[in-house]
Design a protein around this ligand. Sequence first.
Ligand SMILES: NC(=O)c1ccc[n+]([C@@H]2O[C@H](COP(=O)([O-])OP(=O)(O)OC[C@H]3O[C@@H](n4cnc5c(N)ncnc54)[C@H](O)[C@@H]3O)[C@@H](O)[C@H]2O)c1
Length: 253
Amino acid sequence: MEIQGKTILVTGGVSGLGKAVSTLLASMGGNVVMIDINGEKGEALAKVLKNSLFVMTDITDNAQVKKAVDLAMEWRGRIDVLVNCAGVAPGAKLVSKKGPHDLELFKKTIDINLIGPFDVMRLTAEKMTLNSPNEDGERGVIINTASGAAFEGQRGQAAYSASKAALVGMTLPLARDLMDIGIRVCSIAPGLFDTPLVANFSDQLKAQLAQMIPFPRRLGKPPEYAMLVLHIIENSYLNGETIRIDGALRMAP
Ligand SMILES: NC(=O)c1ccc[n+]([C@@H]2O[C@H](COP(=O)([O-])OP(=O)(O)OC[C@H]3O[C@@H](n4cnc5c(N)ncnc54)[C@H](O)[C@@H]3O)[C@@H](O)[C@H]2O)c1
């Protein structure tokens, strides 16, 4: 699918990986709808990117998601691509000196990283069914952001890994659900990327983490993630698959 003239909804689209996606696709003539809870970053980015709309949205609130999808439809009359980037990465062990894992933290992580993206997918996929198919029979593309932690979660990542593994697990069945409509579904599993998510890490810790990455021996750059999103959108034969982008990193315990 070509980017020019298409409407692309990016959750978490104002920071880190999502921001790189919004920036690249807007520069290629896509109409980008950024949905995020960070109003300050959202308003600022919408001023810079042409063909962009920011809708302050908490993806765990169904009414807000519905409103954002409706606004996107009012804005350009269609949604062609969804890129789910919004997410959080808390750390907590099952049992620690503080006691058992906070149950609310577990539920909240699943809510933001799994149920929210699912809600956005079901509501945008319904709108994609209204699109006329292109020459390949395509009506839409959905891309979820999983994580290397879906496969090798580290200590303290039970909630995060569970949420991301669920995104990986639903990739194929979703592609099968949507095969008759012509909507493709893929996931991307990033390794370690230099985004605000890791902003509180010291330079020393970042350098140590980089040493664990076989090659290139550095954190990923958000535009490298965005390039893969672009490729998935453009390459009609990619479907039902999770692609790792991590410099061959396999996290230790
Ligand atoms: N940075 C990495 O190394 C890395 C590695 C693997 C996976 N990921 C995943 O990539 C995605 C993007 O992460 P990032 O590194 O760009 O982080 P980031 O913190 O820069 O961006 C995440 C965005 O999601 C938004 N968000 C959080 N909760 C939300 C909610 N309830 N509703 C709407 N928006 C919400 C935040 O406001 C933020 O703008 C996340 O899903 C993360 O788990 C990141």
